[in-house]
Structure formats: structure tokens, C-alpha cells
Write a protein that binds this ligand. Structure first.
Ligand code: GRG
Length: 308
């Protein structure tokens, strides 16, 4: 992991050991998820096996990391942020299971393993996704409420990001855009909803778990929005530059499905520039934290330079 990152165009020394930080946060997230999800033996065992199969298939845990890093930046604790980090990961994993179904992207591999429906069949995969979505709300209800952020606020935050105006809207536009020539503005509409909404929600929930100030919440919103957009531009780039083995999912899917992407509309070089510009805006959003957002900075840099 490089320890320097570009902040708003200038070389900026971060001196932050993200690998060690991420290993510890991923381990804490996995332990908490293991506690929140019913065991594989709980009846009906098939559905709990299917939920756990995808949750523990080896995702990068970037959304929980954003929640925990945002909580740290606002002076919060890991214990208070963990339920919300797990809730976001449940929503994310549900969306991947459904996205991989034959009725959607029809993918055989995810997180380096056969997709949920390949192992458990389509019916159980649909239900495993549904159950993880529902589980996310149960976990959210178990998080601590605060003077500034009640349980109602937390539930609303998760519901809005995953509902028909955000995550689902992005997926609808993505499906309807297949085979169409889209403008950059139309592509950004998809990215804002399909990807950025949940990353932004992850960062905001971290702040909310720390009873952050309205100014801090606004900074996390700006940060999450731009990091989320950069994340999807990089995802589009990796789809054409990496192998399926490296990605743990089928590479080259966007071209095969005739999906509009940044590389297909503006080319690879310009796409890389756009991802850098978006990341610079994310760094700029962290100004109010005055150096207390080292983990968030390191994460934004990692998301820009990742190779899988
Ligand atoms: C309701 C039927 C139904 C389906 C919902 C909302 C939805 C389907 C799908 C979401 C769309 C989607 C998959 C967006 C892409 C976001 C993205 C780039 C995901 C990959 O995230 P990573 O790289 O994955 O963080 P890991 O596996 O590392 O967690």
C-alpha cells in the first residue's frame, strides 16, 4: 500500500498504514456480521447458508470501512459504528446477489466464487437477497440512537439509499440503458444512484453513529458522493483492463452487455483523469476534519489506485 496520496492535485504525505487498519476493521466487521446473522444451522438452514455464503465470500468490505473511518473522523467508537457498517454490507451483498441473477446481469462468478444462484438455485438466491435486505433494517434498529440522530433517522438513511429513488433507480436506468448510446450526464445519473448513493450512505452513517455535527455530516456527504462516483469510474476501467481472475468476477461484461461506461464514452485516459478529479474533490471535502480523517483519506486514495 503506497503511503502517499494525491490531494487536490498536490503530492500529500499520508503516512497511514491502511493495510493494517483495513485488516483490523474487516476482522471486526466479519465478527459482528457473524453475530448478527442467524447461524447456518438455524432453520430453514438453506436460506441462512445462502445468506452467509455471499456475505462471507470475500468482499473488500469497502463500505463498512467507510462507515468506521467516518466514525473515527468524528470522534466516535468502533462499537457504535459497527452495526451500521454491517447493515450497509448486508444491503450491498443483497444487491450483488440480485445483480448476478439471470434476469439481471446473469453472472457466474462473484468475489472469486460461483454466484449465489449457481450454488443455491435462483429461487433461494432471490430470497437470500431479500433476507439480507431485511436483515439490514433489523441490524440498523439495534444501533445506538443519539440526540442528533434518532433510530428513525438511521432507518430513513438506509431506506433512502437503497430505495427506488437511489440504488434501485440506478439499477433500473442501468438495465434500460443497455444497448443505448448514453451521454456522460445520463451515465452520471446511473453512477450516482447505482453506486455512489450507498457509499455516501456508508460514510454518513459513520458520522451519525458518532453524533456528528451538521457541518461534519455535510462534509461526509460531499466526500461519500465524490468517492462513490470515482469508485464506479474505476470499476468501469477495471472491467476492461483486468482479468476475471484478478477481479474475482467476470471481466469484460460491460462491453458484452453493450453497457455505456466512462471508458466507452470518453476513453481510458480521460476516464482515469475524471476518477482523479473526483477523488481530489473527495479530499477537499475532508478539510473541516483538520487532519483527523487520515483513514478516510487513505481509503479514497486506495479506491482510486486499486487493481481489483
Ligand atoms: C431489486 C431485483 C433487485 C435488484 C437490485 C440494486 C441492485 C439490484 C444492484 C446494484 C447495482 C450494482 C451491483 C452496482 C454496482 C456497484 C459495484 C461497483 C459493486 C462492486 O462493489 P465492490 O467492488 O464489491 O466493493 P465487493 O465484492 O468487493 O464487496
Amino acid at each position: 500500500m503506497p503511503k502517499t496520496a494525491t490531494r487536490a492535485g498536490a503530492r500529500h504525505q499520508i503516512n497511514f498504514d491502511l493495510n493494517t487498519w483495513l485488516d483490523a476493521r474487516s476482522a471486526a466487521t466479519n465478527t459482528a456480521l457473524d453475530r448478527f446473522l442467524p447461524s447456518e444451522k438455524t432453520k430453514p438452514a438453506t436460506i441462512h447458508k445462502a445468506m452467509r455464503y455471499s456475505i462471507f465470500a470475500g468482499g473488500k468490505r469497502m463500505r463498512p470501512a467507510l462507515t468506521l473511518a467516518a466514525a473515527e473522523a468524528c470522534g466516535g467508537t468502533e462499537a457504535d459504528a459497527l452495526p451500521l457498517a454491517c447493515a450497509v454490507e448486508c444491503i450491498h451483498t443483497y444487491s450483488l446477489i440480485h445483480d448476478d441473477l439471470p434476469a439481471m446481469d446473469n453472472d457466474d462468478f462473484r468475489r472469486g466464487k460461483p454466484t449465489n444462484h449457481k450454488v443455491f438455485g435462483e429461487g433461494i438466491a432471490v430470497l437470500a437477497g431479500d433476507a439480507l435486505l431485511t436483515q439490514a433494517f433489523e441490524i440498523t434498529s439495534l444501533a445506538k440512537g443519539w440526540p442528533r440522530y434518532s433510530h428513525r433517522d438511521l432507518v430513513l438513511e438506509v431506506a433512502k439509499a437503497s430505495g427506488s429513488l437511489q440504488l434501485i433507480a440506478g439499477q433500473v436506468a442501468d438495465l434500460e440503458g443497455e444497448g443505448q448510446k448514453l451521454s456522460v450526464a445520463e451515465l452520471r445519473y446511473i453512477h450516482e444512484r447505482k453506486t455512489s448513493a450507498l457509499l455516501c450512505c456508508a460514510a454518513r452513517l459513520g458520522g451519525m453513529s458518532a453524533n456528528c455535527t451538521p457541518a461534519q455530516l455535510q462534509a461526509l456527504t460531499d466526500f461519500g458522493y465524490h468517492v462513490g462516483l470515482a469508485f464506479q469510474v474505476i470499476d468501469d476501467i477495471l472491467d476492461v483492463t483486468q482479468t476475471s481472475e484478478q477481479l474475482g468476477k467476470t471481466a469484460g461484461k460491460d462491453i458484452a452487455a453493450q453497457k455505456a461506461t466512462y471508458p466507452s464514452i470518453v476513453g481510458l485516459e480521460k476516464s482515469r483523469k475524471i476518477a482523479q478529479q473526483l477523488t481530489a474533490k473527495a479530499f477537499a471535502a475532508l478539510k473541516p476534519f483538520k487532519g483527523r480523517a487520515a483513514a478516510l483519506e487513505a481509503l479514497a486514495h486506495y479506491l482510486l489506485t486499486r487493481d481489483k
